[in-house]
Design a binder for this molecule. Structure first.
Ligand code: SAH
Length: 348
């Protein structure tokens, strides 16, 4: 029998479960606190429950936890990259970053990814599996434990496509922002998607307070198709319609991510097309100098080209930032650490 993943339950589900096993309702808040505030990893540690109840829970449920395989710490700015292993042997990557406005954690939402973006290391070996809500929480909880620091911002920008693991990601967002748990404001959570249009619309209808970031990376469908296979399914105009709808429903400003690849999408003409496309949308454009991976021969645009691209876009009265590179000394593109670890395990 598969055990119940108790950490993925919200308070209501937990309370129903507690009642269903013949226990008093008030046990719910006790157990929820142990899981999400004290963040214990065994029922034994829940010392205000009777032995009998602890045993009963242990028989029926499991508490997920991650094993830390490797931590790389930047000497420049304290950024930490974590490699975690899951009980089934899958490996995931998360990153802890210190900013003046607080600590931010970048989490993975899937082990691997099936979106196939050409410049991304996370997708090279395809999708292994979706992460459970509890496993995404564990990325945060493990990092809070290791650093001893509070986390105030979360970005869903690690391995995986959040909207390809829709139900679990929504559950995770609700749990991590729950006032009975870690209580991270939804306004401080950014969900980044390659643009799965129907799920952007579903997300809009939920009216959560999260920020939506959309990986655009091109200003016409042909160029976008070269970089992102998902562009064969949804056009840029469908994406723009969906983000406008998201803004209407939530009032949240959209972020567009645009990775600059030398000779592919970094010319002034491209900046003009991008400006024309997104003007009039309440948005912010985040330019990301592409982080080259060894499996592909994409090159980063030069500093000058990036600056010119930014200046040109700003003429459209668009707020444009260039993503600051954190932890340059431990840098590697998203998913590269995981990938090199897996290769070493397979060919030691
Ligand atoms: N699946 C989500 C999250 C991916 S990672 C998405 O597509 O948005 C977050 C951002 O980093 C995305 O914009 C992604 O396209 C970008 N990215 C991935 N690998 C990169 C690389 N090597 N260089 C620059 N940006 C990269």
């Amino acid at each position: 029998m598969n055990k119940i993943d108790i950490k993925s339950m919200d308070i209501k589900e937990l309370s129903e479960f507690i009642e269903s096993i013949g226990e008093k309702k008030f046990r719910t808040t006790q157990i929820y606190k142990w899981l999400h505030i004290k963040q214990v990893i065994s029922f034994e540690e829940m010392t205000d429950l009777s032995n009998g109840l602890r045993e009963k829970l242990n028989e029926k449920c499991c508490i997920t936890s991650l094993n830390t395989v490797k931590v790389l710490t930047s000497k420049e700015d304290g950024t930490k990259k974590y490699l975690f292993s899951l009980p089934d042997g899958n490996i995931i990557e998360s990153v802890f970053m210190r900013y003046h406005h607080g600590n931010s954690v970048c989490i993975s939402t899937q082990a691997g990814c099936r979106m196939g973006c050409r410049f991304c290391a996370s997708t090279l070996d395809g999708l292994e599996r979706n992460l459970l809500p509890s496993e995404m929480l564990d990325e945060i909880y493990s990092i809070m434990k290791d650093t001893g620091e509070r986390v105030s911002n979360i970005v869903l920008m690690g391995s995986g496509e959040p909207l390809d693991n829709y139900e679990n990601v929504i559950k995770f967002i609700k749990l991590i922002s729950d006032e009975n748990g870690v209580n991270i404001s939804q306004r401080n959570i950014t969900l980044s998607t390659c643009g799965i249009v129907p799920n952007i619309i579903k997300l809009a209808d939920l009216k959560l307070g999260v920020t939506l970031a959309v990986s655009l990376h091109a200003s016409d469908d042909e160029t976008r198709k070269e970089l992102m296979p998902i562009a064969n399914k949804y056009s840029i105009s469908e994406i723009l319609e969906a983000v406008k709808y998201f803004f209407e429903k939530t009032g949240r400003r959209i972020t567009f991510e645009y990775s600059l690849v030398a000779g592919v999408n970094d010319t002034i003409e491209e900046a003009t097309k991008l400006g024309e496309l997104v003007r009039g949308i309440n948005c912010h454009v985040n330019l990301i100098p592409v982080n080259p991976i060894k499996e592909r021969n994409y090159r980063q645009s030069g500093k000058d080209a990036i600056k010119k691209f930014q200046n040109h876009l700003e003429k459209y009265k668009i707020n444009v930032t260039i993503r600051r590179e954190m932890g340059r000394d431990i840098n590697g593109a998203c998913g590269q650490l995981r990938k090199s670890f897996m290769e070493n395990v397979q060919n030691p």
